[in-house]
Design a protein. Structure first.
Length: 76
């Protein structure tokens, strides 16, 4: 299993885009947590989920998953 932490991103929007079928996707510290879910291209993705903790975790049992952390537009 792969696991990645996301720190100091409370309130940011995060999307998960499966590049291959993914099994065992778990999200902790998100507004809409996942618990061992399946995500797959063209089927189910996880977009626009909000991080609601100081430390969030993305865990993946198998597959390839793109984790995209949205940043607000710069105002110059």
């Amino acid at each position: 299993p792969e696991q990645r932490g996301i720190d100091s991103a409370r309130g940011r929007v995060c999307s998960l885009i499966p590049l291959l079928p993914c099994e065992g996707v778990t999200l902790e510290g998100f507004q809409w947590p996942l618990h061992g879910e399946r995500l797959a291209p063209g089927e189910r993705i996880s977009c626009s989920n909000r991080i609601d903790a100081d430390h969030a975790v993305v865990r993946l049992e198998t597959g390839a998953l793109l984790v995209y952390l949205h940043y607000p537009a710069r105002k110059d």
